[in-house]
Design a protein around this ligand. Structure first.
Ligand code: GDP
Length: 323
């Protein structure tokens, strides 16, 4: 029988990759889209005729119950949230509405309308905030440091609590930064790969960056969504960290991206204090021991391969636009 999956956050980076993965596995895919949504549909344009769009909102309990009752999904992936950290400071209550209470509403809707559905909650490494150990594991204490992280921590524990209390098949995947050509250029990874391609093609001649020593645990969004799917295929639900398990600096990233286009990054990159962050003492890195041992998952793309994929994408895209 055809499996049915329901995705919130369909129009985002992860939602679009997950939809592609599930379609390739023969799933019937439903996506929640806000009727008033002005969000960019660009990422799912190519999938539009293969996905059933259902209208609803994480702010509205009854709309969630209606769409779940209608779709009767076997698997539900909650990838929607207000995820921009600076905005979570200017709109903390709205962030909590979507990112925290939205999950409560979703869990209640599942419990009432489709209690045998398997549920994936997108937790974030932001729940660790200022962790007291590194690398972080699934047992590391949550010490979120911004309203987004706090909301994600609430959502995480509600998902776990509903699993314990109601015996629902609920999983949380704690993802670290994951990138792809569908990322915006405001994020440093895409900013750099995009700029390297632009400079190579003569469309730009400099790149201004902030802290070159900042480090991140970066993996490919395609690898991350595969882990999400895998988590819902197990006999027992559980929570896992989804990460690359290693960190790289912005300096390594810029060097690698410029190497891909045979340029010397030092000829083009300058440091601009405007891009510096005030507090960067914490460097998050996830331990992937549990997911590796129990689910056999590990990233298929190395850091270098991810840089190459993204530079190639931007080279092709920019050449086509110019042509
Ligand atoms: P996030 O902070 O993990 O959400 O992702 P970003 O991609 O925005 O930032 C990653 C790291 O790169 C941070 O530690 C930044 O301080 C550092 N960084 C250095 N230069 C830049 C820059 O020009 N833009 C951005 N966004 N980040 C930069």
């Amino acid at each position: 029988m055809t499996k049915k999956a329901f995705i919130t956050g369909l129009t985002g980076q992860d939602g679009s990759y997950l939809a592609e993965l599930l379609l390739s596995k023969g799933y019937q895919v439903f996506g929640l889209v806000r009727r008033s949504s002005t969000s960019n549909l660009e990422r799912i344009n190519h999938l539009f005729n293969q996905i059933q769009i259902l209208s609803g909102d994480l702010l509205d309990q009854s709309s969630l119950m209606d769409v779940i009752a209608e779709a009767q999904p076997d698997e539900i992936y909650n990838l929607a949230s207000q995820s921009y950290v600076p905005l979570s400071w200017t709109q903390p209550a709205l962030t909590a509405e979507y990112t925290a209470l939205g999950v409560s509403r979703l869990l209640e809707s599942i419990r009432r309308c489709k209690p045998d559905a398997r549920f994936y909650q997108a937790s974030s490494s932001e729940v660790f905030g200022q962790p007291d150990e590194s690398p972080q594991t699934e047992r590391t204490a949550f010490r979120p440091r911004n309203p987004y992280g706090v909301a994600k921590a609430y959502a995480h524990w509600m998902t776990v609590n509903y699993r314990q209390k109601y015996n629902l098949y609920n999983c949380c995947g704690i993802t670290y930064t994951h990138e792809s050509p569908r990322r915006g250029t405001e994020f440093v990874f895409r900013k750099i790969t995009h700029a390297a391609a632009q400079i190579k093609l003569g469309l730009a001649n400099e790149l201004k960056l902030g802290n070159l020593d900042a480090r991140r645990d970066w993996c490919y969004a395609k690898d991350a969504v595969y882990a999400m799917w895998l988590m819902l295929q197990q006999a027992q639900p559980d929570d896992y960290i989804i990460a690359s398990g290693e960190t790289h600096s912005v300096r390594e990233l810029v060097e690698c991206a410029f190497n891909c286009v045979d340029l010397n990054w030092q000829d083009y990159v300058s440091v601009d204090p405007a891009f510096y962050r005030s507090d960067e003492s914490v460097q998050l890195v996830g331990s992937i021991n549990k997911i590796k041992t129990e689910l056999g998952w590990q990233p298929q793309y190395s850091f270098e391969q991810l840089v190459e994929v993204m530079v190639d994408y931007d080279l092709k895209k920019l050449s086509k636009n110019g042509a």
